[in-house]
Design a protein around this ligand. Structure first.
Ligand code: NBP
Length: 469
């Protein structure tokens, strides 16, 4: 009996489209879903000659050639553990499980260890690109067993997105590294989206622009250094009308939700002592947006300025806004990559940030032109302490910081909430401050808690009795 090359478990949006992608590249794919109707629907809709449905887990696993390779595309957390438990009894030493869901990296580390005991090779892989990317070419961030990666690489290479014919997939690092990189990718995505939505707010409220004009501005920006997938889709969003003829963007409720990967990134930043403030503010901004009824009440009670729209030199301000957005975006990526470097040291992952930036260049949600610069910067110096210190970004920062300052000050004076822009500015100024105010914090800590402090004028650790003269 003919055996298939790979099995996919989970026939929701990602698993379905990845199965089709793999099958389109000539591989024979076994598919399985906990609820059989989904598998039947998949087959009814896509009767692909290379896809073979199974309705019993044992038949599904037995349909695969050795070493058996099974890609899990199920909900992260308990469903992933339950699925792994159901297939373990049918797997042999050397078989491979790839978890392509958005699993928390610490869960991936636990699963890696568990499967090691069963001599099953495990890959925890971030997969980005959504429904379309899964079908046409996602960005893939595999971590875990290098041996398993080498076996599965020919398939991953074929199904991944390509940038200048280079596949957007490479081995990231051991145990949880792949899912960690995907988590930070998602964190950066949160920041990118928040910055763009604040830009929209400014264009709409401070410049009084129509949806059509906002779309044109994003279109123009997409031709230059801001070129990215998110700017591209944003441009399209502003022209979409619903059946009633109204612009859809004006009907969509302003309550943003998320699935938790942004929150994980921030929690990790806290545990690594990393100043990840743009991503964190972006997560908080979603939480604030969800307090819709409170915001409606507060809008009637709490005072603020009446917005005075910009009437003169609109073009100048729009250019400043573009520069502010680009610099803030660079700072968000800087913070995300600094976190990757810090995690790499802590977990001994030896992450190659240039290769990671290469994976992000196509197929994924944060694909953007600035990644080409990041690839170059890390290729030249994989241990650079902060991307803003690289000659390329240094020059942009020095040129654009005035614009960011002006956009932030003006928006604040007009009462427009811009958490991501203002935290980009604050980080920038904090990072370039030689002498900060933290000396006072140290003095206070020593005053009330005898926590000690260091001095400029001499080495050592000191404590002062602040009360006694
Ligand atoms: P979902 O995240 O919505 O998960 C649905 C799938 O999980 C279905 O196949 C469902 O089977 C299965 N499942 C559940 Br729920 N509980 C299960 C259990 N206890 N045992 C076995 N299977 C179970 O699907 P998705 O949006 O396609 O995403 C799949 C993975 O990829 C997730 O981890 C997601 O975070 C990640 N991801 C999603 C995207 C995206 O754009 N959607 C992008 C990148 C990564 P059922 O049909 O029997 O309920």
């Amino acid at each position: 009996m003919q055996k298939n090359d790979i099995g996919v478990i989970g026939m929701a949006v990602m698993g379905r489209n990845l199965s089709l992608n793999i099958a389109n590249h000539g591989y024979h794919v076994s598919i399985f879903n906990r609820t059989a109707t989904k598998t039947k629907q998949m087959i009814a809709k896509n009767n692909h000659k290379n896809i073979f449905p199974y309705f019993q887990i044992q038949d599904f696993v037995n349909s695969l050639s050795s070493p058996k390779c099974i890609l899990l595309m199920v909900k992260s957390g308990k469903p992933t553990d339950e699925t792994i438990s159901t297939i373990i009894p049918y797997l042999n030493s050397g078989d491979i499980i790839i978890d392509g869901g958005n699993s928390f990296y610490k869960d991936t580390i636990v699963r890696y260890q568990l499967l090691l005991k069963h001599e099953i090779r495990f890959i925890g892989s971030g997969i980005s690109g959504g429904e379309y990317g899964a079908l046409t070419g996602p960005a893939i961030m595999p971590g875990g067993s290098k041996k398993a990666y080498d076996i599965i690489f020919p398939i991953l290479k074929k199904i991944s997105a390509k940038f200048n014919e280079e596949p957007c997939v490479s081995y990231v690092g051991p145990d949880g590294a792949g899912h960690y990189v995907k988590m930070v990718h998602n964190g950066i995505e949160y920041a990118d989206m928040q910055l763009i939505s604040e830009t929209y707010c400014i264009l709409k409220k401070l410049l009084n622009l129509s949806n059509k004009n906002i779309s044109k501005i994003f279109d123009t920006w997409n031709q230059g250094e801001l070129n990215s997938y998110l700017i591209e889709i944003t441009k399209n969003i502003f022209t979409k009308k619903d059946n009633s003829g109204e612009y859809l963007i004006d009907i969509i409720l302003d309550e943003a939700v998320g699935k938790g990967t942004g929150k994980w990134t921030c929690q990790e930043a806290l545990s690594l002592n990393q100043p990840l403030n743009i991503i964190t503010e972006s997560v908080f901004a979603r939480y604030l947006s969800s307090l819709k009824s409170q915001r409606m009440l507060a809008s009637q009670i709490l005072a603020g300025p009446n917005i005075a729209p910009i009437v003169y030199n609109k073009e100048d301000f729009i250019e400043k806004l573009r520069q502010a957005l680009y610099l803030s975006k660079i700072i968000a990526y800087t913070q995300g990559f600094a976190q990757l470097s810090s995690a790499s040291k802590k977990y001994y992952w030896n992450l190659n940030c240039s290769n990671i930036a290469k994976i992000f260049r196509s197929g994924c949600i944060i694909q953007s032109s600035c990644l080409h610069e990041i690839v170059k910067i890390y290729k030249y110096d994989n241990v650079i302490i902060n991307l803003l210190l690289s000659p390329i970004f240094q020059e942009i920062a020095n040129k654009y910081q005035h614009s960011l300052r002006e956009v932030v000050s003006y928006s604040i004076m007009q009462g427009i909430s811009i958490p991501a822009f203002s935290s980009a500015m604050t980080y920038y100024d904090g990072y370039r401050t030689e002498k900060s105010s933290a000396n006072l914090i140290q003095a206070q800590r020593d005053y009330f808690g005898a926590h000690t402090y260091k001095r400029y004028d001499k080495a050592g650790i000191y404590h002062t009795n602040w009360i006694k003269e």
